[in-house]
Design a protein around this ligand. Sequence first.
Ligand SMILES: [Mn+2]
Length: 358
Amino acid sequence: MKMTLRWYGPGHDSVTLDQIRQIPGVTGVITTLYDIPAGEEWPLERVRQLKKVVEDAGLKIEGIESVNVHDAIKIGTPDRDKYIENYIRSLEHLGQEGINLVCYNFMPVFDWTRTDLAKMRPDGATVLAYDQKVVDSIDPQVFFDQTNDASNGFVMPGWEPERLAHVKELFEAYKDVDADRLFNNLVYFLEAIGPVCEKYGIRMAIHPDDPSWPVFGLPRIITGKDAILKLFRAVDKPYNGLTFCMGSLGSNPDINFPDVIRACGDRIYFAHVRNLHHFAPGVFEEAAHLSSDGSFDMYEAVKALHDTGFDGPIRPDHGRTIWGEKCMPGYGLYDRALGAMYIEGLWEAIDKAEARGV
Ligand SMILES: [Mn+2]
């Protein structure tokens, strides 16, 4: 296991690399070229610059989150091959620089969805929260505008204004895309990028849909264990793997994390570890990482990762906003640093117990 933090790159993050380096055990970052729109090629020179900035700070790029997939590829429009070519060249440039983990998602229009970016908890911390009733009662354009207004001035991943300025057109473009078609378009994409992934040993780690059910009538295809295994079978190659995200899979309160981890085994290349507090089906908020603060048994999840020999990067996922920090919702320094330490503590205890045969 390699402990990492997500970092949005120079000028896009309130957290600095120097701060990240001071979190004990954190040796790398998961980063991106945040200003390059989905569908455009990542120039080799930009990848090199990013790598240099991270390495000059004493850290390593452990993976990219994300190289976003253009809507044409998800929709399957006639010009998708042009965007796939760009994607292949971006992967080529990452591979040439020795970066071989890419997290991506295949969700239509909206990336992750939350209905409140700053829900106040009793202790004064604010967290991202979700309430299905809000999603059911609001127009998608209004929803987008409200989310953007609540982002503390940060551009949030998956919520790029230039793309989502055209929410109505995007919905129109997706109107004939059902779950089967979306899945087939994902398979087409994965098969097309196969050669470059195999050439450079790049692992494509798909991020589960968040939440794990259709929202605003848009299909969702990476929703749980069966869906993930179906994708593994459809493109049965080692480069086709998973980002095990507890926040997304955990939107389903009945999820059994150890079961998912054991079923996906060595195809899990990246882990987002976090806790949620469920109030009712479709109503939850993001908790601190500690098991007792939310609904999940974090020990059991981390133990299953440990037991299956997981050796990829872990990042503490969304944190609460605490101690007066001004940051992108979910991506402050303080609570994610606490989360990293907690996960490392669990890992050390599991490691030592195993070594002693406990
Ligand atoms: Mn995640």
